[in-house]
Design a protein around this ligand. Structure first.
Ligand code: ADE
Ligand code: ZN
Length: 333
């Protein structure tokens, strides 16, 4: 089987994708129009031209502006459904999706509207496409600890629909320690926990995510390589890193895909996985990310299989379910 055929044939779990980051310009225009909201672009071409980022913040400014057109339950449904169709095309059979409630509640949209629209789409994805989903609610780290506590309170009635909490947005200057108490409360309430760390921020932020937030996974974490002791810890604990290659390239975390460290991390025994982060903004969904690293880093078939097996191993699905997918991967020729 060719590398491309193998990438397509591999079942995959996606563990790091922001639903607001799957908002394609075409859908953004359609929803803006039906909600009578003006957006600062004349055409889809003009939107795409604006997607030229030099760091995380330059992306986040545009990403939050795009989310402003989402108002009604149906808007959130349509957003999520469009992503599930991409999953089906890429053989992503399970996905653990971030959403940013504060991006919406701060604009006066109720938490209920957001979660109802998203979860109605994920129920349909299960029924119609056979794709399973877990939802992870992220706190925006540029906002206050109090605001995060308030968001956690709002989420409590929907505990059954949300498997975990995460931490995203502007990393520099907003270390995990800022949210130690919120994460302690979230864990007490039974949520699993993950956090973005070591994307733009230093290895010290990864240590904090491990020691203060007690995360089940690290999102990104690519800068962990700068600290050999941290590498030892990650390897020993089999701590998953949800790596996002095209995101790292677009946000200038790496200058060239050939310089990406995902293969080195894998070879050293770190539990890395491949993910799309904000695919509508970064030029590709799951398979595009696999193809980009397979080409630039000359990954072997065994490495591709390991990466997709890692995605199930690191997911929050039941043990037997993980084993089912891993066996299927091992048996692919
Ligand atoms: N929100 C959406 N994508 C993000 C990323 N890559 N890092 C931090 N926050 C984000
Ligand atoms: Zn992310």
């Amino acid at each position: 089987m060719s590398q491309l055929a193998l990438i397509k044939a591999l079942p995959k779990a996606e563990l790091h994708v922001h639903i607001e980051g799957t908002f394609e310009p075409e859908l953004m225009f359609a929803i803006a129009q039906r909600n009578n909201i003006s957006i600062p672009y004349k055409s889809i071409e003009e939107v795409k031209q604006a997607y030229n980022f030099h760091n995380l913040q330059s992306f986040l400014d545009i990403y939050y502006a795009g989310a402003n057109v989402l108002i009604h339950e149906q808007d959130f449904y349509d957003l999520a459904w469009a992503y599930f169709e991409k999953c089906a095309a890429d053989n992503v059979v399970h996905t653990e999706i971030f959403f940013d409630p504060q991006t919406h509640t701060d604009r006066g949209i109720s938490f209920d509207v957001v979660i109802q629209g998203l979860t109605r789409a994920s129920q349909d994805a299960q029924q119609k496409l056979g794709i399973s989903t877990h939802w992870i609610m992220c706190f925006l780290r540029h906002l206050s600890e109090d605001a995060a506590f308030e968001t956690l309170e709002q989420a409590l009635p929907y505990k059954d629909l949300i498997i975990g909490v995460g931490l995203d947005s502007s990393e520099m200057g907003h270390p995990p320690s800022k949210f130690e108490r919120v994460f302690a409360k979230a864990r007490e309430e039974g949520f699993l926990v993950v956090a973005h760390a070591g994307e733009e921020g230093p290895a010290a932020y990864v240590w904090e995510a491990l020691d203060l937030l007690h995360v089940n996974r690290i999102d990104h974490g690519v800068r962990s390589e700068e600290d050999p002791q941290l590498m030892q810890r990650l390897i020993q604990e089999k701590m998953p890193l949800t790596v996002c290659p095209l995101s790292n390239l677009k946000l200038c975390v790496v200058n060239d895909m050939a310089e990406h460290n995902i293969r080195r991390l894998l070879q050293q025994g770190v539990h890395v996985t491949v993910n799309s982060d904000d695919p509508a903004y970064f030029g590709g969904y799951m398979n595009d990310n696999f193809i980009a690293i397979a080409d630039a880093l000359a990954l072997t078939s065994e490495e591709l299989k390991q990466l997709s097996a890692n995605s199930f191993e690191a997911s929050f699905i039941a043990k037997e379910e993980k084993q089912k997918w891993i066996n299927l991967i091992e048996n692919l020729v």
